[in-house]
Design a protein around this ligand. Sequence first.
Ligand SMILES: [Zn+2]
Length: 356
Amino acid sequence: MSEAIATTPLWPWLKEPLAAAIQQLATHHAVLLHGAQGIGQFEFAMHLARSWLCEGHPTPQGAGIACGRCPSCHLIDAGSHPDLMVILPEALQAALGWGAASAEVSEKAEKSEAKSKKLSNEIKVESVRAVVQFSQHTASRGRAKVIVLHPAERMNLIAANTLLKTLEEPPGQVRFVLSGATLDELLPTIRSRCQAWQLPVPDTDSAAQWLAEQMDKPSLNDAQVILAAAGGQPLTARDHIQLGLDASAWLSLPKAVQQGQPTPLTQWPLPLVVDALQKLCHDLARVSVGSEPRYFPASALPTPPELNLLTTWSQELRKLSRHAEHPWNQNLKIETLLLQARAILRVRANSKARAA
Ligand SMILES: [Zn+2]
């Protein structure tokens, strides 16, 4: 089973925050990582856990970034460390390359790989019960017992409530890393039992540099465009590239939508189409009040329609984004969205709106 597990990458922009987190969180038993999606929260959580378990340091308190050479580090890389438990929703296990390592869910994950559509997006109470049980046994290797749970907001209510007591009074050597993008979606009782830690958005230069290296034809300019399109989140940007987005397609997107020309959006999954249109709407609203756009360069944007039109559009897109996983007739929905966007973008701002 171990051959299925690859070493969790430590993305270059995570190194500094990781060193800081190891120092500042040395005495905390429950950490709640939060921040933007697409910058590597899971990887960060895994490396924090790895450092806590690493046996290459004289004491757990004196820990730095894990050595990568000791028996503990090797066991983690092999997915078989007895003092580490990783809890993920089934649907994320394959994507993050870790599912098979969690003894609790391995068999199920293997069986369900073939029918990936039925994999759950939730962290269920059975997994949390396994966490409670796991934390009651002493550490096999003596350092600590670590539970990584990601994304924390995917725990359903029963699961979250089941975790509370262990989180509040963890047995001696037990440490938790919960990670997630949206703290608001977590029970306040979970939040209050953890030390919050915000993962910073990577600096643009090094993230763009890294992204350029992931491209078939590396180009720093193109990488900067795609990175901005992804709100500065390098892993999201890499996923967009894999979906077939390139810089010139992104730059021509607003006007192509306005003119009803074909765009790569029609090949994208619906949630990403909604996301792209939200970004377009957001940037047009910013431009119409005299601010700099965030996701598109100003030169790529058409003249914004009136702000009230954009506000209504934004509300509709937000509503849809909450249900974008719904099994709509995807193609029809995307076509409708693009027609709507086109109609809105064709309403030229009147001079009054532009003067404001
Ligand atoms: Zn080590």
